[in-house]
Design a protein around this ligand. Structure first.
Ligand SMILES: *[C@@H]1O[C@H](CO)[C@@H](O)[C@H](O)[C@H]1NC(C)=O
Ligand SMILES: *[C@@H]1O[C@H](CO)[C@@H](O)[C@H](O)[C@H]1NC(C)=O
Ligand SMILES: *[C@@H]1O[C@H](CO)[C@@H](O)[C@H](O)[C@H]1NC(C)=O
Ligand SMILES: *[C@@H]1O[C@H](CO)[C@@H](O)[C@H](O)[C@H]1NC(C)=O
Ligand SMILES: *[C@@H]1O[C@H](CO)[C@@H](O)[C@H](O)[C@H]1NC(C)=O
Ligand SMILES: *[C@@H]1O[C@H](CO)[C@@H](O)[C@H](O)[C@H]1NC(C)=O
Ligand SMILES: *[C@@H]1O[C@H](CO)[C@@H](O)[C@H](O)[C@H]1NC(C)=O
Length: 751
């Protein structure tokens, strides 16, 4: 018997043979792996002729694939391939299963499209598979992958149901992220056999039917923005509930929310926003000591707020918006001394600002009382809320004037009083608000001058005073706003991630106007995820889109703001100091009584929008406007400009909206070539001295009888598909990708 063979030489010989055999087998297999990887490389190079990732250096650096970038080995076999973010387009490689020891595959953040090939299902050793952030559009089928622990397919276009595909692979699954796809059907029994599952993200799909009731055993269960309905059964919250994040928001769940949620003693975020829950807010929630954020908005909860919630010592975020609460603000709310974000917008409150005591809450950073029925004078007491940064009182019926005390907030970053019935003058004390980023006073009845002191608001980038009755000159000092917002942004960067809000982008939508060109196309489809990351970026001063500063050829990534003063009675000349406003890309001065020459310094601003329509500007149109390389929207209509129409405006290759109508004294020629030839006659109404559609380099015949339509059709035919394609691109990529996209694809200011 072998056990009795004690001859040492035999043992050594045996060991040697085993070693030789093993290394021979392994050597061959690493060679096979190498061949497969080189196949992979050439197939990637085949479908990606330019802009290749680090795979193009494989084999050049070393012949051992274990040395190649993105490749991991174990026991001399290739076990991991990471090609995340390698600009790969095309379809998935068909031979991954030939890497027989492959356990980690990461192809995320590319533009891989088409099907998930059957071959991938033969990669039986896969433990980690990340195909997220691609454009895969097949159904989900990965049947053979029974060892998978992490599967991330988020942000693709995968469609169909998951009833059979998920149970087949969920034996060992711990993390499953299939959010942001087009998946449909029921989820009811799908995860019953997934005993190890801890993190499940199904958000932003089209799932319907009832909930999967055993979610209490997960750590994170995220299913926002689907079409799920029915009740949440009490039995879902078993005694051993281990949930930390439960996000059911944006579905159609109804009935009462079970108090058994208190079994989930580790819960940090409870997100019920945007469902049809009714009945009492469960008082049992008050026993979940770890709870930090409670979103109950956009439901039909009954009015009583249980006192037990006051025990939630860690509660930062309380959202009770859109619950039809009327009458006075509930007294309980004034006792949430721990809360930082108190969101009560879109109810029907008529009073209780003082009686509730909410104005004494010393930790509140954001107070949102917008879209209610408050009336009477603005509460001056808010200025004594020492932590307040964002105060939103818009869309109420507040009247009277702004209390002088509103200048006494050292940390205030946003003051939104728009759409009220406020009167009086803008207090010059607001000039003390050195951290202020947003000042929104639009659509009130303010009178008098814009105080020059506002120019001291060195962080102020977004100023909206539209549709009031302001008069007097534009003070030269105003051009000092927003000169140095860095300190404010830096303090926000230090404060970590801003807690995302409740699923609406009301503030964002009001504060970032739709006619702000980068947002124009995506405005209506701002999902709350993109909305809140944009919000987070704005507050931290991260650039959102590149701008063309004066005199540079390359676009820079700089934050930029707007000044919106339209619909007032402002008059006099625009001060030439306006040329200092290098942090602004949108200037709305329309429908006022401004007059005089428009300053040529305008050419120094990195503008995307310039609207000075319906004023009494005279003299020549500054030819320097032609130097604003990224100008997209230019409205000079209904003024009294005279002299020669500046040919330089033809250099504005990004111009997509243009109007010079009703400047009867303007004369000159609009040639059939150049950017301005794109625009229809509606852009040149009431300009009798302007000759439109002239062929360049011919003597000017003011009486020439050119027909516009003949010259205009050809360029329009080209423009339309281009705009259409652009719209589609924007819709497809979403706002953040757009921002990224625009920065990569066109970094030059010309063209
Ligand atoms: C896949 O591997 C087979 C051999 O196993 C080979 O014949 C085929 O060319 C490979 N295909 C690709 C795309 O590399
Ligand atoms: C998958 O890849 C994306 C993008 O590279 C990354 O953000 C994400 O964390 C990965 N998912 C998992 C579960 O590791
Ligand atoms: C799932 O993927 C999305 C998109 O990549 C990501 O934002 C989200 O945080 C992921 N979910 C979890 C629970 O990690
Ligand atoms: C949790 O409790 C339920 C019954 O209350 C039980 O069936 C289940 O096995 C328990 N789960 C764990 C992980 O202990
Ligand atoms: C310019 O502003 C006026 C008044 O606010 C508005 O009616 C007009 O549409 C704007 N023009 C453009 C091109 O956006
Ligand atoms: C327009 O400008 C001309 C001078 O260029 C001036 O004579 C005329 O009074 C102005 N019209 C109005 C309505 O301001
Ligand atoms: C330009 O402004 C005039 C006057 O407000 C308006 O009638 C016309 O429709 C506008 N043209 C375009 C292209 O918007």
């Amino acid at each position: 018997m072998l056990e009795e063979e004690t001859d040492p030489w035999r043992i050594i010989l045996l060991a040697f043979l085993v070693f030789l055999g093993v290394s021979l087998v392994l050597g061959n297999s690493l060679d096979t792996d190498r061949v497969v990887l080189l196949d992979l490389k050439s197939s990637l190079e085949e479908s990606n002729k330019v802009n290749r990732g680090h795979y193009s250096e494989w084999n050049l650096s070393s012949s051992n694939p274990c040395d190649w970038k993105g490749i991991t080995c174990n026991y001399n076999r290739v076990t991991g391939v990471n090609l995340s973010g390698s600009s790969i387009s095309g379809t998935l490689f068909l031979n991954f299963s030939n890497l027989t020891e492959l356990s980690h595959l990461d192809l995320s953040s590319n533009t891989l499209g088409g099907q998930i090939p059957a071959d991938l299902s033969h990669c039986n050793n896969l433990v980690y598979l990340n195909l997220s952030h691609n454009i895969l559009d097949s159904e989900l089928s990965l049947t053979g992958l029974s060892n998978l622990q992490t599967l991330d397919l988020s942000k693709n276009r995968i469609r169909g149901g998951i009833q059979t595909s998920v149970p087949a692979i969920c034996n060992s699954l711990v993390v499953l992220n299939i959010s942001e796809n087009n998946l449909t059907g029921s989820i009811e029994d799908v995860f019953d056999q997934c005993d190890k599952l801890r993190y499940l993200d199904l958000s932003m799909n089209d799932f319907s039917g009832n909930i999967w009731i055993w979610f209490g055993r997960l750590q994170k269960f995220i299913i926002y923005d689907n079409y799920l309905n029915g009740n949440i059964p009490a039995s879902s919250f078993t005694a051993n509930c281990s949930l930390e994040v439960l996000d059911l928001s944006g579905n159609n769940f109804s009935g009462q929310f079970p108090g058994e949620i208190s079994n989930c003693q580790d819960l940090i975020i409870l997100h019920l926003w945007g469902n049809k829950f009714k009945g009492p807010i469960p008082p049992e929630i008050g026993s979940i000591a770890s709870l930090e954020a409670l979103f109950l908005g956009n439901n039909s909860f009954s009015r009583d707020i249980p006192e037990s919630l006051l025990d939630l010592k860690n509660l930062d975020f309380l959202d009770l918006s859109r619950n039809n609460f009327g009458g006075e603000i509930q007294g309980t709310l004034g006792k949430f001394t721990q809360v930082k974000y108190l969101v009560l917008h879109t109810n029907s409150y008529t009073g209780g600002l003082y009686s509730s005591g909410i104005l004494n809450l010393s930790n509140v950073v954001r107070l949102d009382l917008s879209f209610n029925n408050f009336s009477g004078p603005l509460p001056s007491e808010v200025s004594r809320m020492p932590s307040l940064k964002y105060l939103t009182l818009a869309y109420n019926q507040f009247n009277g004037s702004i209390p002088l005390e509103y200048g006494d907030f050292p940390h205030l970053q946003a003051l939104d009083l728009s759409f009220n019935e406020l009167t009086g003058t803008i207090p010059l004390s607001l000039g003390k608000l050195s951290s202020l980023l947003w000042l929104m006073l639009a659509n009130n009845q303010f009178v008098g001058k814009i105080p020059p002191e506002i120019g001291n608001c060195s962080s102020l980038l977004w100023l909206n005073l539209a549709n009031n009755k302001l008069s007097g000159n534009l003070p030269a000092e105003l051009s000092n706003i927003g000169q140095n917002p860095i300190a404010t942004f830096e303090s926000n960067q230090q404060s970590g991630r801003i807690i995302p809000g409740s699923g609406e982008c009301l503030m964002m939508k009001r504060w970032i106007p739709a006619d702000y060109p980068p947002f124009r196309f995506v405005y209506d489809i701002l999902s709350r995820k993109t909305c809140w990351s944009v919000w987070d970026q704005l507050l931290k001063g991260v650039w959102l889109f590149p701008i063309c500063a004066h005199g540079t050829l390359v676009r820079t990534n700089q934050i930029s703001g707007y000044v919106q003063l339209s619909g007032n009675k402002l008059s006099g000349e625009i001060p030439s100091d306006i040329g200092k406003m290098h942090n602004f890309s949108m200037l709305h001065l329309g429908v006022n009584n401004f007059s005089g020459k428009f300053p040529q310094e305008i050419g120094e601003l990195p503008l995307m929008v310039l609207n000075i329509s319906v004023n009494r500007f005279s003299g020549e149109i500054p030819r320097e406007i032609g130097e604003i390389k990224r100008l997209q929207n230019l409205d000079l209509s209904s003024n009294n400009f005279s002299g020669t129409f500046p040919a330089s405006l033809n250099d504005l290759t990004w111009l997509s909206k243009f109007n010079v109508s009703y400047n009867p004294l303007i004369y000159g020629v609009i040639y059939v070539t150049g950017q301005l030839a794109k625009f229809e006659k509606e852009s040149f109404l009431g300009d009798p001295l302007l000759v439109i559609g002239s062929i360049p380099h011919r003597p000017l015949h003011p009486s020439a009888n050119h027909t516009r339509s003949g010259t205009k059709k050809a360029p329009k035919l080209i423009i339309f598909p281009v705009i259409f394609a652009l719209v589609l691109t924007f819709l497809a990529f979403g706002i953040l990708s757009f921002i990224h996209f625009s920065s990569v694809k066109s970094s030059l200011c010309y063209r």
